[in-house]
Write a protein that binds this ligand. Structure first.
Ligand code: SF4
Length: 329
């Protein structure tokens, strides 16, 4: 684990058993998350980003399983902890916020009951103290009139408010790390901006470390300090957000960026990354992006690209830069 890393993932593999064989969702991912940073994991649907996020908390649902690797948190490998220790860690040290708050909240209980339930479950407080803690969290998360809000049911809240409640639950035990899995995807653009602003404020005020999983590069640019771009269960490029956006190296990242709507694209068709993600159950030879890559060379179809470093923390896995490998040490 690097000195500054709060969480280090090493050679993580996750597979799902299917009638057609094992589907490798995560294929040897490694990355470091530093304390207090927002670390983005980005890619298309099916690239392995949600499996990676869930694996951090050992929440891969069957028939999926973590087949190998290490997840080092404070020097301890979470993959070797007994399940009882993981249960104590989930929510208290590392918490997760999911994409669809409406599905995550229980429709038959009030917001107050669900929030105090989480506070009680973590052993933080009970009775009136738990209620007061719930009100304080709602206030911090920008939910107006907490005492009134606590009496409402999830369906009586807007999507943005529901996501604020989910964040309040995630923060109930004051965790060090929040894993936000597409936490703004189900929201409209205005509410999305409010939740992003809220996450940034929580990072500042609480010193939170956030792992932000998204398919939206625009959000990555707004919120993330560094980012890993995933394709077919592997990181193909990683680095500081500035480097990834302004000195993009990998053809897949270049394709994703070109497909982003922005100034100058109004009224014109957007660029697309041609083709679709190949069947993950088939054996891959060489670079997994080769079938869709506009710059593919014969070597790409037979040899897996090695990492090429372009400066502090910026790495791409691509044969285009093979000759430059040693340029920056
Ligand atoms: Fe494209 Fe080859 Fe680079 Fe893969 S290794 S991204 S196929 S140029």
């Amino acid at each position: 684990m690097s000195d500054a890393a709060l969480l280090s993932v090493r050679d993580l593999h996750v597979s799902f058993a299917t009638p057609r064989g094992d589907l490798p969702a995560v294929r040897g991912i490694s990355f470091d998350v530093r304390r207090g940073q927002v670390f983005g994991i980005v890619g298309e649907s099916g690239c392995g980003k949600t499996a990676t996020g869930r694996a951090l908390l050992r929440l891969i649902p069957p028939p999926g399983r973590i087949t190998s690797g290490q997840i080092l948190y404070h020097g301890e490998d979470l993959l070797s902890l007994p399940e009882t220790s993981m249960r104590a860690l989930r929510g208290r040290r590392i918490a997760m916020v999911f994409q669809d708050p409406a599905a995550a909240l229980n429709p038959v209980f009030t917001i107050g009951r669900q929030l105090t339930g989480v506070i009680h479950q973590h052993g933080i407080a009970s009775g009136e103290a738990a209620r007061q803690r719930a009100f304080a969290l709602m206030e911090e998360l920008g939910l107006p009139a907490p005492e009134h809000m606590a009496e409402r049911y999830p369906h009586q809240l807007s999507g943005g408010m529901q996501q604020r409640v989910m964040l309040a639950m995630a923060l109930a035990a004051d965790p060090e790390i929040i894993v936000a899995d597409e936490a703004t995807t189900a929201l409209d653009v205005t509410i999305q901006a409010q939740i992003v602003e809220l996450l940034l404020r929580l990072k500042r005020e609480r010193g939170l470390t956030i792992i932000f999983i998204t398919h939206d590069l625009g959000l990555v640019a707004e919120i993330c300090d560094s980012v890993a771009v995933l394709y077919m269960g592997r990181i193909v490029e990683e680095g500081g957000t500035d480097s990834i956006f302004h000195d993009t190296k990998h053809p897949y990242t270049q394709g994703l960026l070109a497909a982003m709507p922005g100034e100058g694209t109004w009224g014109r068709p957007l660029s697309v990354v041609k083709g679709s993600v190949p069947d993950a159950t088939l054996a891959i030879s060489g670079c997994s992006f080769a079938p869709r890559c506009p710059a593919a060379m014969p070597v790409c179809r037979s040899i897996d690209p090695a990492p090429v470093h372009f400066g502090p923390g910026h790495t791409a896995w691509c044969h285009l830069y093979g000759a430059e490998k040693d340029r920056h040490g």
